[in-house]
Design a protein around this ligand. Structure first.
Ligand code: CO
Ligand code: ZN
Length: 325
């Protein structure tokens, strides 16, 4: 599992530029399903044919990042965010553009009080002499991802992009070891989730499944002075009840809870006060689709040091497998 997550989280895939991560995932699953297709927006859809229920499984393959907006005379690059990027998390990090160019993110020296830090006061330094030299490597409109290679510490993984490459890993493992079933399953690795659940929306409309289950990360309430929240790292996969984009269908919540009990694995309930997820788009599509989600507890989400628990991932695989066969 760790090796797979390392491979996935290292791959480039800022929202709207998912080409590289899509190839990596495609190579992992192609031989295990009946066919694989890429739709107009770039969603990767892997289909296991069958005559039973039509099920959509979704995990988003995009990651947050930045987009170059302006390059000054000295070659410093200004940027805006792709998805929710914290100025505090961005400061002092390294970013990598799709072509491999690496830069340091730093701030204007006249910022004296960290409270005044804004993304607009940060810039990327790729070590170029001037604008002309910078433009040979980075053009306005290019996107870059934060760097933070996956490392294992005990039974925890620390990495960038665990949101949602850890969810992608859970779905890939499920595909690679799928038991016989009559159900027709559409495993969708969605694009542009971080920009507003965009890929999931069009994919669900095209597929029109009987039900949908997404796999994504969720926040935890177990760090110093964190907001009160039920979810703990290592407490088992969380069954989503609601976030700001969806109230999960009671039927899907029950399906997931019944299966967690049957498998005798730990589980918890997720009520996420901030943020949305793919089921938010899926459940409102094509006349309405009963939707729910398995959420992986993740500390420090949207930072380059996101943290997940291996046991939660293994149990998420078991729970997803049992719920779609
Ligand atoms: Co996210
Ligand atoms: Zn996510």
């Amino acid at each position: 599992m760790f090796e797979l997550i390392k491979k996935l989280s290292n791959a480039f895939g800022v929202s709207g530029n998912e080409e590289e991560i899509r190839e990596v995932i495609k190579n992992e699953i192609e031989k295990k399903v009946d066919y694989v297709e890429v739709d107009a927006l770039g969603n990767l859809i892997a289909v296991k044919k069958g005559k039973g229920k039509k099920i959509m499984v979704a995990a988003h393959m995009d990651e947050i990042g930045i987009m170059a907006t302006f390059i000054d005379e000295k070659g410093f690059i200004r940027f805006s965010s792709i998805g929710w990027v914290s100025e505090f998390y961005a400061l002092g990090q390294r970013v990598r553009f799709q072509n491999g160019t690496v830069g340091a993110v730093f701030y204007e020296e006249k910022v004296e009080d960290m409270k005044n830090i804004k993304l607009s006061k940060l810039y990327i330094d790729i070590g170029a002499k001037n604008r002309e030299e910078a433009e040979k490597k980075v053009r306005v409109g290019d996107t870059a991802a934060f760097m933070g290679e996956a490392l294992k510490e005990g039974d925890k993984i620390i990495s960038k992009a665990l949101d949602d490459r850890s969810g992608c890993a859970v779905v890939i493992k499920t595909i690679q070891d799928l038991p016989k079933t009559d159900n027709e399953i559409y495993f969708v690795f969605t694009v542009q989730e971080e920009l507003g659940l965009r890929g999931a929306k069009t994919a669900a409309y095209q597929i029109k499944p009987d039900l949908a289950i997404a796999v994504d990360v969720t926040l935890t309430g177990d760090t110093p002075e964190s907001k009160p929240m039920e979810v703990k790292l290592g407490g088992g996969p969380a069954i989503k009840i609601k976030d700001r984009s969806v109230i999960c269908h009671p039927k899907i919540k029950k399906l997931l809870e019944d299966n967690a009990k049957k498998l005798n694995i730990p589980y918890q309930f997720e009520i996420l006060e901030a943020g949305g997820s793919d089921p938010g788009a899926i459940h409102l599509t094509a006349g309405g689709i009963p939707s729910g989600a398995i959420s992986i507890p993740c500390r420090y989400t949207h930072s380059p040091v996101e943290m997940v628990d291996m046991g939660d991932l293994e149990n998420a695989v078991k729970l997803l497998r049992e719920s779609i066969i």
